[in-house]
Design a protein around this ligand. Structure first.
Ligand code: FAD
Length: 271
């Protein structure tokens, strides 16, 4: 089998919390592809790449040459031409993430020359509000969406509802709080599911993103009823959250969006 060239370089690694990192990747001598906010890229490393020292050992031997590839939503702005930013969780037993977490600045990896995916705001009419629900690293595509446009010049409302186990796992929290301060039409709802572990009592929302919807917190913040006619829903991350949110939203008249059958719920499952 031909050896695939590792065509990109790790430029920056920021540890949000143990096992949770924001990574910037530079193309090595080629131009990044154009992409739409919300799309994903693919990263790859050969089986021979070392695993992160604290991850689980591989249960079976792997082909040292074949690239292990996985999809990652792009978190950087579509206007950013120098690097792609990704927000990645370590899956200790996984095939690729233990290898990604062993990389250092300057190390090489494979980056797809194309971005893909339909999880974009392209089909959303300009007069409709947008609610973006995420678990964990599922906030990545929303960062790209928020960073790629000047939302305070728009007439519609935006909300990001982001859940994590603990406050320290809420990646991009300070940036989202800043956007909220700067843009009156943007609301950010961080939610944690393990408040008992907080070093100081957590004053914010607890539970999962589903609770924010059930408790009508966004309606209250916007001061308006949320209907399938005036709002589009985006769901990204844990498959269980997506399943439960689709059920809840369907009860309120929202409908899953597909290319062939347009609807009001856009979703991206991470596994
Ligand atoms: C369109 C798309 C976009 C994605 N974007 C991101 C992203 O922005 N950030 C990100 O971290 N991941 C993202 N993922 C998930 C990513 O592609 C990998 O599945 C993940 O990084 C695990 O890869 P792995 O090879 O280490 O584990 P694998 O060997 O592929 O997985 C082992 C098992 O771990 C479980 N698992 C997979 N992913 C997770 C997870 N995130 N948390 C907990 N358990 C998991 C599954 O049960 C899986 O069967 C995305 C997936 C898709 C399809």
């Amino acid at each position: 089998m031909a050896v695939v060239e590792l065509n990109s370089i790790v430029a920056q690694k920021v540890e949000v919390a143990p096992g949770l990192s924001i990574i910037r990747i530079l193309p090595d001598g080629w131009e990044l592809p154009l992409f739409k906010p919300g799309q994903y890229t693919v990263l790859g490393l050969p089986g021979s790449a070392p695993r992160f020292v604290y991850s689980d050992p591989e249960p079976n031997p792997v082909d040292p040459v074949r690239l292990i590839k996985r999809a990652y939503s792009i978190a950087s702005s579509s206007k950013e031409k120098e690097y792609l930013e990704l927000y990645i969780r370590l899956v200790n037993s996984g095939a690729l993430t233990p290898r990604l977490f062993a990389l250092n600045i300057g190390d090489k990896l494979w980056l797809s020359p194309k971005a893909k995916g339909m999880f974009t705001m392209d089909d959303v009419p300009k007069d409709q509000n947008i609610i973006l629900f995420a678990t964990g690293t599922g906030v990545a595509p929303y960062m790209s969406m928020m960073r790629s446009q000047v939302i305070n010049q728009e007439k519609r409302n935006y909300a990001v509802v982001h859940s994590a186990w603990n406050s320290w796992d809420l990646g991009y929290r300070s940036e989202l709080l800043t956007i909220e301060r700067l843009c009156p039409n943007f609301h950010y709802f961080p939610v944690i599911s393990g408040p008992d572990k907080e070093p100081m009592p957590w004053q914010g929302h607890t539970g999962f993103v589903q609770q924010i919807w059930k408790d009508r917190i966004i309606q209250d913040a916007w001061g308006t009823e949320i209907t399938p006619e005036n709002t589009r829903m985006f769901l990204c991350g844990h498959p269980e959250m997506i399943r439960e949110m689709v059920d809840l939203l369907t009860e309120s008249g929202f409908k899953e969006h597909t290319n062939l059958d347009p609807g009001t719920i856009h979703l991206e499952k991470f596994w």
